[in-house]
Design a protein around this ligand. Sequence first.
Ligand SMILES: Nc1ncnc2c1ncn2[C@@H]1O[C@H](COP(=O)(O)OP(=O)(O)OP(=O)(O)O)[C@@H](O)[C@H]1O
Ligand SMILES: [Mg+2]
Length: 382
Amino acid sequence: MSYFKNPFIYGGRVSGDAFCNRESEIQELLGDIRSRQHVILSSQRRFGKTSLVWKVLEEAQKDNIIPVYVDLYPISTLGEFIEEYAKAIARTLTAFDKAKRLMRGLFSRVHLSMGVDPAGNPQWSVGFDRTRETETFDEVASSLENYLNRRSNYGVVVFDEFQQITETDGEKTERRLRSAIQTHEHVSYLFVGSKKHLLHDLFSNPNRPFYRSGKIFPLEKIDPGHLKRFIEKRFNEAGVDIDGKTSGLIVETTECHPYYTQYLCHILYDIMEERRIRTDDVPRAIDFLLRRESTAYMNTWDLLTHRQRQALVALSETGPGENPFRPEILRRFNISQPSVMIRALKSLVDKDLVDRANGRYEIIDLFFKRWIKTAISMNSHG
Ligand SMILES: Nc1ncnc2c1ncn2[C@@H]1O[C@H](COP(=O)(O)OP(=O)(O)OP(=O)(O)O)[C@@H](O)[C@H]1O
Ligand SMILES: [Mg+2]
């Protein structure tokens, strides 16, 4: 029985002691915000973008910069975008201004009302004329700038899961938001997104409204030294002994991926027999994790085409820095042209199973890769 709570958290935003370092990223982003440089922060899924931006917003607030966080994940229409954005602004400004005055002064086209949720927290709801969405959007998009301009104050807006904007109204919303933002002098914008290729297209395609409108900031994995110390500290604080060799093996196994590191450590904590972790425990934890995920992996696998499966098997076997286009690989899978393999790889990128960085394809989930290697490759090549 353990008296401590498992100190490793995987999934969702982490903060406080559960957040490892990222000091240089925090400082760089703060510098950008202070100089009102718009930034596009992107990475694979679960690299810690949301956790990082919340940390940055906390720091920005200490600098008297007003932080607004908008989660676009749930939106798929312009109306929903307006709602989320107006609510996010109202939620933040309530901390700085009188609610009543806010409700009167902030918007003319949006009616704000404040209630409380079952837990007793204030909750805003918004109403507006649904036949006047575009005008309402323009008003909301400029409201924070106008508010801050009147008070000679500065702010930062984070649009998390910004690629969702493409779900709304073709490029119309992009264009409207872009033209509003262009004139803003009191707000910096941080566009955050997980579907790297989609977000990339928004900002690097000359035909898109957001072309070159900010600095591209690709978020990398966490530094191995920092991550090792983080693991040791978290275990130690929960009364668990771990040596440097073992923490080294953990970050080597997870390739410093923040989410998978926390996941593997969480399992290690759960399966440890005494309050001690040793190198032998790592392969046991990996087996445990693979067994736990196998149904999900199998479901993913079942939905793939024959070619996509072949591409994954080939990828799971290629070494770092290599692509699975070599003639002997293609021959093995009976593929006549590299283009067939490339097409399959691209479709896997669209499904967020594979990432393409610096011309190299790789399987995103490194435990899925392990699963393919053990459960699939050894049995068949189908
Ligand atoms: N700085 C960090 N220190 C420790 N763990 C982290 C850190 N950042 C992320 N993680 C781990 O990764 C998980 C996902 O973090 P977060 O939700 O911030 O990532 P994300 O990139 O926003 O993910 P998504 O692509 O799903 O939006 C966390 O639950 C945690 O386990
Ligand atoms: Mg996120």
